[in-house]
Design a protein around this ligand. Structure first.
Ligand code: TA6
Length: 303
């Protein structure tokens, strides 16, 4: 399923789901269902593989990803939470980029199976370790529905006795055939260009991938489509609960600079992220919840 990750089964959890460990004894949930295969790392609550039957893998994972828990896994769907990118100085100093959820140990809460696929829930709750980084009690639930499409719902619940605000992203690394074969459409016309001092710029609702891109697009009015000519498929992404979509490729020089990405890694990945990035983020009152989602439908036009 993932050629560069050696997993050993330790427990059968349901008909299609097993618990497996790698050389570092880190736990993974492996889903092997007739309609879909998928793998989650419980470190990070991180989806690292997703492939529906008869289709190319949807999610990209770096062949050089580091799985020893020392840093976030490069690829998959990192959960950036409770902040996006560099935290605001008011949150404190020396905090990890993109929050701590992607480097925390998550727990499997439930598995449901049907003939169409598998639904899982993973949870992360506040603890002494998280309170030292972010002073709020919370419960985070990742609801994943895995079948001929991928749906991820990240539910943030305020368990504290004061309101809090959060930001973040489902930082999805899509698997692509090659940049030249990709045509994106459905984007907002305005974006903050992180490669140009976060200036607000205007562009087209379509985009080709032919350079480094790191842009926070205002939330698109509808779905975002990624057409891949070589894979002969169109991905349709629907995001809700977000205020923006972040588009990112490190391109040639960026990939070279990452220890955990092969030099040519940028040729087969592109990130489209359902994100909360604006202002102070999304406020959640005591006892309330907010859900950030991303659904990706896959349409193949192979003969
Ligand atoms: O989402 C885009 C981004 O914030 C980029 O600026 C880029 O550096 C990337 O995420 C990866 O961040 P990471 O901390 O995973 O190396």
């Amino acid at each position: 399923m993932i050629s560069h990750l050696m997993l050993t089964k330790t427990e059968t959890l349901s008909q299609s789901v097993s618990l497996q460990i790698d050389n570092n004894r880190l736990p993974f949930l492996v889903i092997a269902h007739e309609k879909v295969t998928a793998v989650f790392s419980l470190h990070g609550g991180h989806l690292i593989h997703f492939q529906s039957a008869q289709l190319e893998p949807l999610i990209w994972l770096s062949k050089n990803a580091i799985f020893n828990g020392s840093k976030a896994i490069r690829g998959g769907v990192p959960i950036c939470w409770p902040w996006f990118g560099t935290p605001k100085p008011s949150l404190g100093e020396k905090l990890p980029a993109h929050g701590f959820a992607r480097n925390s140990e998550w727990t499997l809460a439930s598995i449901e199976e049907s003939s169409q696929g598998v639904a899982l829930e993973l949870t992360l709750s506040s603890s002494e370790a998280t309170l030292a980084l972010w002073p709020y009690q919370f419960e985070l639930t990742l609801k994943a529905t895995l079948n001929d499409q991928l749906t991820l719902q990240l539910v943030t619940e305020n368990k504290d006795n004061k309101p809090f605000s959060y930001a973040g992203a489902l930082h999805t690394y899509l698997n692509i055939s090659e940049p030249e074969s990709i045509h994106l459409s459905g984007l907002s016309e305005q974006f903050y260009n992180s490669l140009n001092n976060y200036q607000l710029e205007s562009g087209d609702t379509t985009l080709l991938i032919d350079r480094p891109i790191d842009a926070v697009y205002k939330k698109s009015a509808g779905d975002i489509q990624l057409n891949d000519k070589q894979f002969k498929r169109t991905l349709v992404m629907t995001n809700t609960g977000n205020d923006s979509e972040v588009l990112w490729t490190p391109w040639r020089e960026g990939a070279k600079a990452f220890v955990d990405m092969p030099d040519d890694g940028y040729q087969t990945m592109f990130c489209i992220e359902s994100a909360i990035t604006q202002g102070n983020g999304r406020q959640i009152n005591i006892g309330e919840q907010h859900t950030l989602t991303s659904t990706i439908k896959q349409f193949s036009y192979k003969q």
